[in-house]
Design a protein around this ligand. Structure first.
Ligand code: GDP
Length: 294
């Protein structure tokens, strides 16, 4: 994860770390290299510019030039700014409610169904009585996939294979949850290959019908800049509460992790790092910054 970004950032710092005499000029050159490394990692250009301007101002304000170890201080500043860029602190999900409803949205193939299973497992381990609701009415295999995952993690799955009305299924799932003492309902919805109007309208209607405590937008981190654009489109329509970044175990360049927060102003709440049900983590911006800096 982030291998290229880590390597290029490390190279940028080397200029300063190995330098006998530090000058304004080589600080500026290092900051420029950091910006290039971020853009190469698919970070939105405006975001990369804003963050590196801040890094440069901080470096000047904190007198990197006369620091005992200027390279170290600059790394510290970059670490702080990347942490801020990704939201600063951990933001957990809200699962209070009778029952709490977590709506899962995103494009097809982003990892929604897999994540729904993982989240069910995660919440079950916290002793919550969870129900998975299969509302992907377009892909029959999605219902089976969710049933398999439910069985694997020991969580009930509500499905109506014959019903083609996602809103109705979601409503019925919540009624079922109430009648069966379930405390959290995770609603897995349909995705498409591209963002289309019908799909957006449907998920808006599902959202209105189930009044979720938490709406999570799931996005494949491997899709780089597109991930950020899709997040923007979904946020405009759904005003979601948080983002789930999937496939961080692949060789993602990191752009999505770094840009999403500042583009849509919504926190990343979970990361998914594999196909196994245990491969789910809360998103700690500070830890992610450390990973990026290697
Ligand atoms: P959906 O269409 O959004 O419901 O996506 P799925 O949950 O079916 O996931 C699509 C594919 O991505 C499946 O083959 C999953 O096993 C895989 N997948 C999901 N999350 C991850 C992840 O974090 N890492 C990896 N490597 N694969 C994942």
């Amino acid at each position: 994860m982030f291998e290229n970004l880590s390597t290029t950032l490390d190279r940028a710092f080397k200029t300063l770390k190995g330098q006998g005499r530090i000058t304004d000029i080589n600080v500026a050159a290092t900051v420029k290299e950091i910006r290039k490394a971020l853009v190469d990692a698919d970070v939105n250009y405006k975001v990369a510019k804003t963050v590196t301007d801040k890094i440069r101002d901080e470096a000047m304000g904190r007198k990197v030039l006369i620091a005992v170890e200027p390279g170290q201080l600059l790394v510290k500043i970059v670490h702080e700014e990347l942490t801020q860029l990704m939201g600063g602190r951990l933001q957990d999900i809200n699962v209070k409610g009778e029952p709490a409803v977590v709506l899962i949205a995103g494009l097809q193939g982003s990892g929604k169904t897999t994540f729904s299973g993982k989240l069910a497992n995660y919440l079950k381990k916290q002793n919550r009585n969870v129900l998975l609701a299969a509302c992907d009415i377009y892909r029959p295999a999605a219902i089976d996939q969710l049933k398999v995952l439910g069985q694997q993690v020991g969580v009930d799955v509500y499905a109506e294979p014959e019903n083609k009305n996602a809103v109705q299924i979601a409503r019925n799932a919540i009624q079922f949850a109430k009648a069966n003492n379930k405390k959290v309902v995770i609603v897995d919805t349909a995705g498409r290959l591209a963002v289309d109007e019908q799909m957006m309208r449907e998920i808006e209607e599902v959202k209105k019908a189930v009044q979720p405590t938490e709406t999570l937008f799931v996005v494949d981190s491997m899709t780089g800049q597109d991930a950020v654009n899709t997040a923007k489109t979904f946020n405009d329509r759904l005003n979601f509460d948080g983002v789930v970044l999937t496939k961080l175990d692949g060789d993602t360049r990191g752009g999505a992790a770094l840009s999403i927060r500042s583009v849509v102003d919504k926190p990343i709440k979970f990361i998914s790092t594999g196909e196994k049900m245990e491969a789910i983590d809360l998103f700690y911006p500070e830890r992610m910054a450390s990973r990026i800096l290697g």
